[in-house]
Design a protein around this ligand. Sequence first.
Ligand code: SF4
Length: 563
Amino acid sequence: MAHVITQACCADGACTTVCPVDCIHPTPAEREYLVTEMLYIDPDTCIDCGQCVPECPVDAIYSGYDLPDHLASYAAINAEYFKGTTLGDVPRRVAAPPELHEDQPLRVAIVGSGPAGSYSAHELVEVGGSGIRVDIFDRLPTPFGLARLGVAPDHLGTKLVMRTFSELGADPRVRFHLNTEIGRDITVEELREHYHAVFFTHGASSSRRLGIEGEDLPGSHAATQFVAWYNGHPDSPKPRGWQPPSHVVVIGNGNVAIDVARQLTLGPEHLAASDMAPYAVDVLSRGLVKDVTVVGRRSALHAACTLPELEALADRTDIDVVVPPEDLVLTDHELAAVRESGMLRLKYELFRTLSERPHTRERSITFRFLLTPQRILGESHAEGIELARNRMVSLGDRTVLEPTGETTVLPTNLVLRSVGYAGVELPGLPFDEATMTVPTDGARVLTEPGGEVIPGLYSAGWVKRGPSGVMGTNKLDAQGTVKVLLDDVRAGRIAAPAKSLDDLDRLLRQRQPQVVPWQGWQAIEAHELAHGTETGRPRVKVTSREALVEFAAARLSTETEEQ
Ligand code: SF4
């Protein structure tokens, strides 16, 4: 029986490099990799050797014999992928890294310690040998960005990728400067004075807007704000006494929308088993939310959530997952697409199965399709949302969206918009307002979109390409940017920095005495894990910036006293 890749897959591709029979796809060398939801094992080729299992950073690969019941559908999902998917190779330039020397190492600053920054650092130390030094800066006192503060608290498997990122902390060539903000504690220009190259990998932490009336009413929020709240983001407001209403509307049906709907309807035992912030567990354990309506503009075939997320939702036995059958009507073109693509068929069939289930439980998540938000209703607080009904129509060889002229109102006191993350402008760094990204030529930062290259500045991850792909997609992206840097080093396009790392350390001590180094984060993590063990939870997060900095400082002062 073949091995099977399951829901937690981060698609970082580590498993593809060890498979002796090349049966894990798409690999990072294949065109499909850039758009895939996860990786898959071809059951007709797999020889069951098990070599991929220890390589997976998130423990997502199982022998078919050991596949847990709740993941059983992944055997068919893995097999289905190989029916009708054409895997095209992406041509890659392969070049030996330039010779870097220990006595004059290449110094790289990385701004942002999330997946793109961590994968960049991994690649740099991998190819740089003893001739590389990497300093990672993050404005938060905790590392790993969205891996800690964006991934849903009940997706502990996905968070296992932090084990891989943590290898950086033990590497003497890598230093962390957490709780250090670019533009406040140190400027982009000052980074350029101290490093050969600066990587901007600070992600996309804000969110796109709907641009409709009533969007700024209390009770109308970005889903990212809610994600920050339940994940214990230190900068997230934590209003005392807040209670969710019984009906919540989520606009958008991508994975973040599904995450939000799921957290709002988790039962107390699942909340306790997650690493959700303690105050959020207290609020959501009361079970006040009875229904979450997830609204999409287009038809079910265009639902942006991945099949694994939908599968996980469909497997829940504590809530109803509802899809009105009338929302599942497809055009002829869409039906043809369903017939041609195994993965689309699986997704559509799952929606159909859900639409036929009886509704027997007290709590539910309801998918609605073909509805566009028009305005959020209410005087001083959101009281409902008005939506325009659409239909999909075949136009030539395309399917297009068309308003029907009908509207409908969903009463609610909480609207969460989940229509995409957006990058944030960093002082001293060019920013493209149209795409909410840093303008680049694919890796090198440009003065403006289509402008000149700024020597020594590079970018990777969401802040460069926008919020696309899964976590592991950032690995390929980071590797590409590192490769461009090394090309520039080889070609003599990188100037030596004017100042030393000792100068940098002196400057930082003056500007930000509360920099949290790796040892400070270790103290925070040890505390969180110990508190989790005491209370029967995987971890209890520290959620205030002051407390995080204090834990780190206490550990560092103990170390100083012991010396
Ligand atoms: Fe490849 Fe062996 Fe994993 Fe099968 S079990 S996918 S053959 S590495």
